[in-house]
Design a protein around this ligand. Structure first.
Ligand SMILES: NC(=O)c1ccc[n+]([C@@H]2O[C@H](COP(=O)([O-])OP(=O)(O)OC[C@H]3O[C@@H](n4cnc5c(N)ncnc54)[C@H](OP(=O)(O)O)[C@@H]3O)[C@@H](O)[C@H]2O)c1
Length: 287
């Protein structure tokens, strides 16, 4: 598969989002492992996870452990796979998502993720979401300390605005390599962050690119131009959506979630789908 850059690492243009394999509605482990193996076989070398991708209390890191097991049991070479995890969110087990962006929590969370992933340094560590109770500079300062200590290879941030992107990059001494924000046909308000990342040469990882598990299957019926362009190319509307994002800027690397081999195998084909300027303009005009 074609690659794009995160820091000085080259990763597949389409990554795999691990969340649907660990939260509410998740499949059994066998199907999840088959999904991750299918992605690896197809050439995916970016897997996105988080310590908070779990369902119940007491199973923090469910998704990180799953990914570590899938990588260990994969027959092929996994040395080029970048696992991107996150810290700063918590799930108490009642379905909610809470936050702790304190430096103390982030440093402990990173240590726990290192153990679960079974690595000496985490590939990409992302601060999951600004915590209103903690100054942003303090949270990012903890990420800088983790970089300096060699606990993480690359640093990223998530759920941010342009000012925070600039601030984080400054605190990290120019070492911010990625921004992960929600971006999809239904959720376009992260365009300023995408454009800033393109200007700064920082990878932009759209999360929920297909509208989350609840809406991903309806993408074509909700947004007719995606279905029409898909029909013209004989591909799925989801592939068209990912190809449209890839065409926005060379820094864009979508991370569609998947819990079945079929869906990730369909999504990766977006890397080979070329859309015309007219088609891209039509897709851009969708409100
Ligand atoms: N930073 C953050 O705050 C944040 C928040 C949310 C998510 N994320 C990350 O972003 C990733 C993506 O977001 P998401 O998983 O919530 O939503 P998403 O990628 O928009 O949608 C995921 C769903 O899309 C379906 N799907 C995938 N490819 C498809 C295809 N080609 N055709 C039809 N259906 C397809 C999958 O179905 P099946 O389950 O049936 O395979 C999956 O359940 C997550 O997995 C996670 O890693 C980050």
């Amino acid at each position: 598969m074609r690659t794009r850059r995160i820091g000085d690492a080259q990763v597949s243009e389409i990554g795999l989002g691990g969340m649907p394999m660990s939260i509410e509605g998740r499949p059994d482990e066998q199907r999840s492992i088959a999904t991750i193996h299918a992605a690896l076989e197809a050439g995916v070398t970016l897997i996105d996870t988080a310590d908070s991708y779990h369902r119940d209390a007491g199973e923090v890191g469910h998704n990180e452990l799953l990914i570590a097991r899938a990588l260990a049991s994969f027959g092929g070479d996994t040395s080029g796979v970048l696992v991107a995890t996150k810290g700063g969110h918590l799930r108490p087990g009642d379905g909610s998502w809470t936050q702790d962006g304190s430096p103390d929590h982030l440093k402990k969370a990173c240590e726990a993720s290192l153990k679960r992933l079974g690595v000496e340094a985490i590939g990409l560590y992302q601060f999951h979401r600004p915590d209103p109770k903690v100054p942003y500079a303090d949270s990012i300062g903890a990420i800088r300390d983790l970089l300096d200590a060699g606990k993480i290879r690359y640093a990223g941030i998530s759920n941010t605005n342009p000012d925070q992107i600039r601030e984080a990059n400054e605190i990290l001494g120019g070492r911010l390599v990625s921004v992960q924000n929600q971006f999809s046909p239904a959720f376009r308000s992260s365009e300023p962050e995408l454009e800033l990342c393109a200007e700064m040469g920082i990878a932009f990882l759209p999360w929920a690119p297909l509208g989350r598990s609840s809406h991903a299957g309806e993408l074509g019926s909700r947004f007719a131009p995606f279905a029409e362009v898909a029909q013209a190319h004989g591909v799925s509307p989801q592939q068209v959506c990912l190809a449209w994002m890839l065409a926005k800027a060379p820094v864009v690397i979508p991370i569609p979630g998947s819990s079945r081999p079929e869906t990730i195998l369909d999504s990766v084909k977006a890397a080979d789908l070329r859309l015309s300027d007219d088609e891209l303009a039509r897709l851009d005009s969708v409100q």
